[in-house]
Design a protein around this ligand. Structure first.
Ligand code: SF4
Length: 557
C-alpha cells in the first residue's frame, strides 16, 4: 500500500491494472473519489479506501450507496471545482446513465474521469455480458481503452488532461484481463499539493449547470462540436498508433484493449509481419487515421472482444475510401466470452492462411468438441462452508415445498441459491430487482407464494424504491433481507448499515418507514422461530419482511 504513494519518478513498481488507475489518478492530483464496489473494478475503491484510512492521504473517498449516487456525488464535486474520479463495473454504467448523459452535456468544472470495467465471460457478473462501449458512445462521452497496467496509469492521467482541456467527463473502459493484469509500472511524480486541494467552491452558473429546454438543445449542439474537436485531438494522440508500419502489405489488423496484446502474441507465434493499427482512443474514433490505414489494404481483421463495434465503424469508414475492403471480425472471432491468445492466434492464422503448428490445441471449436488436449473439469461456485446463508436454505427447505414456492434472486453471494445443490431461484436479474419483480409476479399471479431475497448492500443500492412500490401498490410477497453486515461478494466493503460505520443506518427502521407492517428480525440459528415466521408471513395479505441477521463469516478472518 505504501508503494502506491511512493514519490520516486522513474521507479518501476508492480501494480494491478486497477491499482495503476489509482496511481494515475494520484499523479494527476485527484481530490474526490466515489464508487460502488463491483468486480472487476473493485480494487480501485478498495485501494482508495485503504489510502483514506492512512493519515498521510488527504483526498476524499467514499463507498456510495449505488453507482448513480456515486456519479452524482462526483458531479457535485466536479461542479465545485475538484478533480474527481468515479469507478464502477459495467452494470454500474446502466445504473448511473440517467445522471451521466446530462453531465456530458453540462461538462465539468473540475476534471472528471469515470472508470467502467466490463467483464467478458462473466467471471464475476451475473445478469449479462455487457459491452459498455455502445452505451458510453451513445452518451457522447470520450472513451480511452488501455491494454495493460502501464497504460492504465498513463491513460488515467491523460483522461484528466483531456477532461481539463475540453471541459468534459472522460471515460476509461477496461476489461477483466486489463483490470486484473499485473506488471512493473513506471511511476512519475506525485503532485505536492494534489490531494490536499480538497476544498472546492460552487460558483452559481445556471447557463452551465442547468439542463433545461431550450438551453439543453444548445448544450447538445455544443457537445457535438466539442466531440469534433476531441476527434482532432484523437487523430494526433499517441494512444492510437501503427505497430509494424509496413506500407506494401495488402492485409492488416485493427485492435484495441487487451486484444492488441493478443494480436502481438499471435504475430510472434505465427512468425508474421503485418501492420497493426492499435486504437487507444475509442470514442471519438480517429477516423482519418483509420481511413489512411485501410485505404491501402484489400482486407482487414478487426480483433475486439464482445460486440462488433469497431467492425461496424470500419465498414462505415471503408465505404468512403475503399469500398472493396474485406472487413473481417466476428466471422473469425466469437461475440461471446473473452478472447484468449489461442483464439486470436487461430483467427489470425485463418485470416492470413498461415498453417498452425499445433492446430488441434489452438482451434477453439475442436477444443470444445474434445479435440484439444487441455481438459479442465468445470466447477460451480458455491457458498463458503459455514456461511450463514446455509441456515436460510435449511429453514426454507423445512418451511415450504420449494417446488410450489417462487424464489426471486439477485446479485450477491445468495445468487448461489440457484446452484443445483440448493435450487431456490426462479428468476434473477440486476441489483434491487428481486423485490420489484416479486411485486409484478404477485400482481399477475396472486395465488402463488413468492419469496424474494435481497442482500443488505443491494437493499441500500436499489431495493428501497421497490419495497415502497410493493406497499404503495399493494402486493404481498415475502421479502427476506439477508443482512450479513457487509458487501461480501465484492470483497467485504462497508455499506451504510455495516457495524463498522458509526451511527449506521438500521435496515429495520427503513423497512418500517416504508410502511411494512409484518416485520421480524431473526438470527437464523433460531431455526424453529425462522421456520414458523416463514410459514406465518407467507399467508399474509400484505408484503412482509424477514431480516435475517448474521454476519458473513469472512468478516471475522
Ligand atoms: S463471502 Fe460471506 S456471505 Fe458470501 S458465501 Fe462466503 S460466508 Fe457467505
Amino acid at each position: 500500500m505504501e508503494e502506491i504513494l511512493l514519490n520516486r519518478p522513474g521507479k518501476k513498481i508492480i501494480l494491478l491494472g486497477n491499482e495503476a488507475i489509482v496511481r494515475g489518478a494520484l499523479e494527476a492530483g485527484v481530490n474526490f473519489v466515489s464508487t460502488y464496489p463491483g468486480t472487476p473494478a473493485s480494487e480501485i475503491g478498495n485501494t482508495f479506501f485503504k489510502l483514506s484510512q492512512n493519515k498521510s492521504y488527504k483526498g476524499y473517498f467514499e463507498f456510495s450507496t449505488n453507482e448513480k449516487v456515486a456519479l452524482e456525488a462526483g458531479i457535485g464535486a466536479s461542479f465545485s471545482g475538484l478533480k474527481t474520479l468515479v469507478a464502477m463495473k459495467s452494470f454500474g454504467l446502466n445504473v448511473c446513465l440517467d445522471s451521466l448523459i446530462p453531465f456530458v452535456y453540462t461538462g465539468v468544472k473540475g476534471p472528471t474521469v469515470i472508470i467502467v470495467a466490463d467483464d467478458p465471460s462473466c467471471h464475476s457478473s451475473a445478469q449479462s455480458e455487457q459491452d459498455s462501449r455502445f452505451i458510453a458512445s451513445a452518451a457522447h462521452i470520450p472513451i480511452l481503452e488501455p491494454s495493460d497496467p502501464q497504460e492504465c496509469k498513463d491513460f488515467t492521467k491523460l483522461a484528466f488532461q483531456i477532461s481539463e482541456k475540453f471541459k468534459i467527463p472522460v471515460m476509461i473502459r477496461t476489461t477483466t484481463r486489463v483490470a486484473h493484469q499485473k506488471m512493473p509500472v513506471k511511476i512519475e511524480k506525485l503532485p505536492e499539493k494534489g490531494a490536499k486541494l480538497l476544498k472546492g467552491r460552487f460558483v452559481k452558473d445556471p447557463k452551465k449547470f442547468v439542463t433545461l429546454p431550450p438551453r439543453v438543445l444548445e448544450m447538445k449542439k455544443e457537445l457535438l462540436e466539442k466531440i469534433e474537436k476531441i476527434r482532432e485531438f484523437s487523430e494526433k494522440s499517441p494512444t492510437n498508433y501503427e505497430f509494424n508500419r509496413i506500407t506494401n502489405k495488402k492485409i492488416g489488423i485493427i485492435a484495441s484493449g487487451i486484444s492488441y496484446l493478443y494480436v502481438k502474441e499471435a504475430l510472434k507465434e505465427l512468425d508474421l509481419n503485418l501492420p497493426v493499427l492499435r486504437l487507444g482512443f475509442f470514442y471519438p474514433l480517429p477516423e482519418k487515421k483509420i481511413k489512411n490505414f485501410i485505404k491501402r489494404l484489400d482486407a482487414v481483421l478487426i480483433v475486439e472482444e464482445l460486440e462488433p463495434y469497431l467492425e461496424r465503424e470500419v465498414e462505415r469508414l471503408a465505404k468512403a475510401v475503399n469500398c472493396k475492403l474485406g472487413v473481417i471480425g466476428k466471422k473469425l472471432l466469437p461475440e461471446t466470452g473473452e478472447l484468449k491468445p489461442e483464439i486470436v492466434t487461430f483467427a489470425v492464422a485463418k485470416f492470413t492462411n498461415k498453417k498452425l503448428k499445433i492446430e488441434n490445441l489452438l482451434n477453439p471449436a475442436l477444443s470444445q468438441k474434445g479435440g484439444g488436449k487441455l481438459k479442465i473439469p468445470r466447477r460451480m461456485p458455491r457458498l463458503c462452508p459455514g456461511c450463514p446463508y446455509w441456515l436460510v436454505v435449511s429453514a426454507i427447505k423445512k418451511a415450504v415445498d420449494t417446488k410450489k414456492v417462487i424464489f426471486g434472486g439477485e446479485i450477491g453471494c445468495y445468487m448461489l441459491f440457484g446452484t443445483p445443490a440448493v435450487n431456490m431461484q426462479d428468476y434473477l436479474s440486476c441489483m434491487g430487482s428481486s423485490v420489484g419483480i416479486a411485486h409484478g409476479v404477485k400482481k399477475a399471479a396472486d395465488k402463488q407464494k413468492l419469496i424474494a431475497f435481497v442482500g443488505d448492500s443491494s437493499f441500500f443500492h436499489a431495493g428501497i424504491p421497490a419495497l415502497i412500490n410493493t406497499v404503495f401498490n399493494k402486493s404481498n410477497p415475502l421479502i427476506i433481507i439477508l443482512e450479513n453486515q457487509t458487501t461480501a461478494m465484492t470483497g467485504l466493503q462497508p455499506h451504510p448499515g455495516a457495524p463498522s460505520i458509526p451511527n449506521g443506518i438500521k435496515i429495520e427502521n427503513i423497512v418500517r418507514a416504508c410502511g411494512v407492517k409484518h416485520l421480524k428480525i431473526i438470527d437464523p440459528v433460531n431455526q424453529e422461530e425462522f421456520i414458523e415466521t416463514i410459514k406465518e408471513f407467507l399467508e399474509k395479505k400484505e408484503v412482509s419482511v424477514i431480516i435475517v441477521c448474521k454476519p458473513c463469516i469472512q468478516i471475522k478472518k
